[in-house]
Design a protein around this ligand. Structure first.
Ligand code: SF4
Length: 403
């Protein structure tokens, strides 16, 4: 059995058939996971200024760029192993650099609340064994974490939920559109207007304290009643909800406080975003947007989006992410004007504009390590396919040695 790194469920029940140092067949994974496990079609090669180079020279040049930069940033990390993340934090300290990850513009604030124990959280195994009411809020798990409902929440039998979804569990979706997850929730889909989450939370907290909501009173009272009667409830918070309420995570804390049997779980996308957040939090007390100097400083201007807007960084090392594929076009021209070092197994949009590219082994297939599942459980990754690539953590160690 191996672990799939296709999403933060880190399914560790995957069987594979290997032929000629490649994965030929995948069993138990969803379609997304199977595609990830079969590896990238277009492997990255070492290069300098988009011209082929040997890996040692590429690593040396990467170190030189970082050493000479006035304000370097190390970014990405959500698709890197815990070992690489730990080395990345050490490198940032050594360089007095800024370090940030993809949680900076998605679930970072929510994960910080979980780590600070502002919410009641629980494990996915608890959800499987105990949960009777499951609320997918702004989250289309069927598309983003495709085995969430089948492995842990709605469909499986659990210790206290032997009759599974047929009789023992209610799945609810709150969303702006009827997603694939909402279709499974059938009679319990609550459609809300775009950016209407805040108002819906306020109506729901009002209903929980006995007030009649102004709009859609019957359905909101019915939802409040189901949630109040839950023996073990879970709210799975997707980025639809976090983007909608922006920084006002306290409104969710207040909802959680009114539902003593409920647990709140951020629906993390990338396979090890939580691992990075936990590692940086342990080191600095913050989950992202940190600059190391004599001490660790956390400010919004250290988020990649702000740093590119303000043109405040002069070199960028990217690993475990492809920022060019998701950043607004207005920032890309500045990104393309500074030296970018890209460590990745595959050719990406970011690698195509990078000054230095350094290919790495595919974690969980060509190199081992560990990662943190969306609920905080550490899962081991194994390297099962022979190869000549360096693991991302080794590349970072080599860069550190060259400084
Ligand atoms: S649900 Fe996620 S971790 Fe599990 S097999 Fe699919 S992509 Fe991989």
């Amino acid at each position: 059995m191996i672990t799939c790194t296709g999403c933060s469920l880190l399914c560790d029940d995957i069987d594979v058939v290997i032929e000629n140092h490649r994965i030929k067949e995948v069993r138990n994974a969803c379609r997304r996971g199977a595609a990830k496990l079969k590896g990238c079609r277009n492997r990255l090669r070492p290069s300098i200024d988009q011209t082929p180079a040997d890996i040692d020279t590429s690593i040396k040049r990467a170190a030189l760029i970082l050493k000479n930069a006035r304000s370097p940033m190390l970014y990405g990390w959500s698709n890197s192993t815990c070992e690489a993340q730990s080395n990345g934090i050490k490198l940032a300290k050594k360089l007095n650099a800024i370090i940030d990850d993809t949680s900076s513009f998605c679930q970072g604030l929510l994960i910080e609340k979980v780590l600070k124990k502002k919410f009641r959280a629980c494990s996915l195994d608890d959800v499987k064994n105990k949960a009777d009411v499951l609320v997918y809020w702004g989250s289309d798990a069927q598309d983003s974490q495709p085995r969430h409902l089948s492995r842990f929440s709605y469909f499986p039998r659990g210790e206290s939920r032997q009759r599974g979804y047929e009789e023992d569990r209610i799945a609810i979706a709150i969303d702006v559109r009827e997603s694939n997850t909402a279709k499974i929730c059938k009679g319990h889909f609550y459609r809300i207007p775009l950016k209407g989450d805040r108002e819906f939370i306020l109506s729901l907290t009002g209903a929980l304290s006995g007030k009649v909501p102004k709009h859609d009173a019957k359905r909101i009272l019915e939802l409040a009643d189901i949630m109040k009667k839950a023996e073990f409830g879970a709210i799975f918070v997707g980025i639809g909800l976090t983007y909608s309420i922006k920084d006002d995570v306290d409104i969710l804390v207040a909802l959680g406080d009114m539902l003593p049997n409920f647990h709140i779980l951020p629906m993390v996308g990338h396979y090890n975003m939580r691992g990075f957040n936990e590692a940086l939090f342990k080191e600095t007390g913050f989950v992202n947007r940190v600059r190391f100097d004599s001490t660790a400083v956390h400010e919004n201007k250290y988020a990649i989006v702000e740093a590119l807007k303000q043109k405040s960084i002069d070199a960028l090392l990217v690993t475990g992410s492809d920022p060019l594929s998701c950043l607004p076009g207005s920032m890309i021209s500045y990104l393309a004007s500074i030296p970018v070092i890209c460590i990745d197994p595959c050719v990406t949009l970011t690698s195509k504009i990078s000054k230095i590219t350094i290919p790495s082994a595919v974690s969980g297939i060509e190199s081992g390590g560990s990662a943190v599942r969306m609920d905080g459980k550490v899962i081991e990754l194994s390297g099962i396919v022979e190869n000549n690539y360096l693991a991302d953590t080794e590349i970072l160690s080599r860069i550190m040695e060259e400084l």
